[in-house]
Design a protein around this ligand. Structure first.
Ligand code: GLP
Length: 251
């Protein structure tokens, strides 16, 4: 089941996403949060830091599992997703470092690393709330368009469009890693709740295709139409095309 929440702008979207994550932590302080990177969730992480500082929201019992990591980037690299999470959230709150998990992009035995990550998540009892952004081509995590849905944590070859989209974070396109390790769609679909955050006119078309188009591995996010508990939070610009389909929107 999908519930769509529309907010006016990026700030409103970020506040709503942070409120839902904070509610999850309040309801279950030792919850497992699946976390995402990209530019979309940065505002929500800022709001969570504010809630930690001003509202005593504690992450002390929380475990986190991140969706993905670039292959070949060390955690000290500013564009690694481990660095991103430390920089945008972890070092500002009381989460215990040992309880934060990001795939190891430096693993030499990638098959073993993928299996370890799936076993880790299932050993935690699965994910209570999985936060997702949405790639321009419909990817979630780094699960790229493909001819089948990949369920396990896997090594992906990034598509040219994703490399182009992420070039903005690197000095040159040649610096963008060509591969990543990503949580598969299985653990995402097994999460008790999936929270998708979208912002900006550039996402309007893919949001519409993902949530009102056919369920197809060519748009990996479309698999979320089969999930029993998805909350999509977007600003007006990102939801513009979806709104026109007549879908029920909570404002
Ligand atoms: C990256 C990440 C995704 C993210 C997506 C969208 O490729 N692997 O997890 O959702 O890009 O990013 P943005 O939020 O910057 O549009």
């Amino acid at each position: 089941m999908l519930r769509v929440h529309q907010q006016k702008d990026y700030k409103g979207m970020s506040c709503k996403v942070a409120r839902l994550i904070a509610a999850q932590i309040t309801m279950k302080p030792d919850c497992v949060l699946g976390l995402a990177t990209g530019s979309t969730p940065i505002g929500a992480y800022e709001e969570l830091v504010t809630k930690y500082n001003e509202e005593k929201l504690s992450f002390a019992a929380v475990t986190t599992v991140n969706l993905d990591e670039y292959r070949t980037l060390p955690p000290t690299h500013e564009q690694s997703y481990r660095y991103f999470m430390n920089d945008n959230l972890f070092r500002h709150v009381d989460v215990r470092e040992a309880y934060t998990n990001v795939p190891n992009g430096l693993a030499e035995d990638t098959a073993a690393e993928c299996a370890r990550y799936d076993a880790l998540i299932r050993g935690l009892g699965g994910i209570d709330l999985q936060l997702l952004g949405l790639g321009n081509n419909g990817h979630i995590g780094f699960n790229e368009p493909c001819d089948h849905f990949v369920l396990e944590t896997n090594v992906v070859d990034l598509t040219e469009s994703t490399i182009d989209a992420n070039t903005r974070f690197f000095a040159t396109k040649g610096d963008v890693p060509r591969q990543a390790i990503t949580m598969g769609l299985g653990c995402i679909m097994e999460a008790k709740m999936v929270l998708v955050a979208v912002s900006g006119a550039g996402k309007a078309d893919i949001v519409c295709r993902a949530f009102s188009g056919p369920v197809t591995p060519e748009v990996p996010a479309s698999i979320l139409q089969l999930h029993p508990n998805v909350v999509l939070v977007g600003d007006e610009a990102a939801l513009a095309a979806l709104t026109k389909t007549g879908i029920t929107i909570c404002r």
